[in-house]
Design a binder for this molecule. Structure first.
Ligand code: URA
Length: 234
């Protein structure tokens, strides 16, 4: 395997960065510095980067992050806004978010370096239920809740059946739990707008059987083996 690919697969950095490290003399093969980008790593080779032995049999990492509002779900932002990557900065592997949450949505985001799991989970055909808690303005009448359950037009797209429960009616707002299987852009916000209730706060509390629980905002935890197995079987 080509040296830069080997280093990237070990979760150290990107291939481009691997070439930079190689050029800077930070990579050793069998104890000797190499600057040969195209070196073909053999099974018996010992590869060190910055003095640490690495192994391309790369460790798969699965995390649940409680994303706070005010962070974008991508690796970089041209407007310089904080990204979720900053919240997992101490994780050595190169992980990325599965799907996305709006800048102003908080809650459960799964992050992993398992590209195939990520692709499968993001595919619409999997249709795992995602559970949101939405605080909406005004009263969500029974009639409006029934419309949400049945499906509403959110601008050229009619949503599939949703599971909707009113949790708490306050004076000016209603707390609603809504479960949907699709993931159109700003779908939950658009669904409530379609029935006349503006979303004031939105939090994702579960993805299938993976729950946010008491994880604090801005914190992450490793998924348990059972949770990872569950996701792989979806
Ligand atoms: N629906 C939304 O409107 N926003 C999200 O972030 C997720 C689902």
């Amino acid at each position: 395997m080509r040296l830069n690919k080997y280093i990237a697969q070990a979760g150290v950095c990107s291939r481009r960065k691997a070439d930079e490290l190689t050029a800077a003399g930070n990579v050793k093969i069998n104890g000797a510095v190499t600057r040969e980008f195209g070196y073909d790593v053999k099974d018996s080779d010992v590869v060190e980067v910055n003095g640490r032995r690495i192994n391309a049999v790369h460790k798969q990492v699965y995390l649940a992050l409680n994303k706070p509002c005010g962070f974008i779900t991508s690796a970089g932002d041209e407007r310089g806004r904080p990204t979720v990557m900053e919240l997992v900065g101490d994780v050595p592997e190169r992980i990325f978010p599965v799907g996305r949450l709006d800048y102003n949505t908080s809650g459960l985001l799964i992050m992993t370096n398992d590209g195939s799991l990520s692709q499968r989970l993001s595919h619409p055909k999997h249709g795992v239920y995602k559970t949101y808690r939405a605080k909406v303005a005004g009263v969500l009448s029974d009639e409006r809740a029934a419309k949400l359950r049945k499906g509403v037009d959110i601008g050229g797209f009619v949503t599939s059946p949703a599971i909707v429960h009113v949790i708490k009616q306050a004076e000016r707002t209603t707390l609603v739990e809504i479960k949907i299987r699709e993931g159109k852009n700003r779908q939950v916000r658009k669904m409530f707008s379609a029935v006349g209730n503006k979303v004031v706060d939105l939090e994702r509390v579960a993805i299938g059987e993976i729950y946010l629980g008491h994880l604090k905002e801005g914190h992450y935890r490793k998924l348990t083996k059972q949770e990872v197995d569950y996701l792989k079987e979806l």
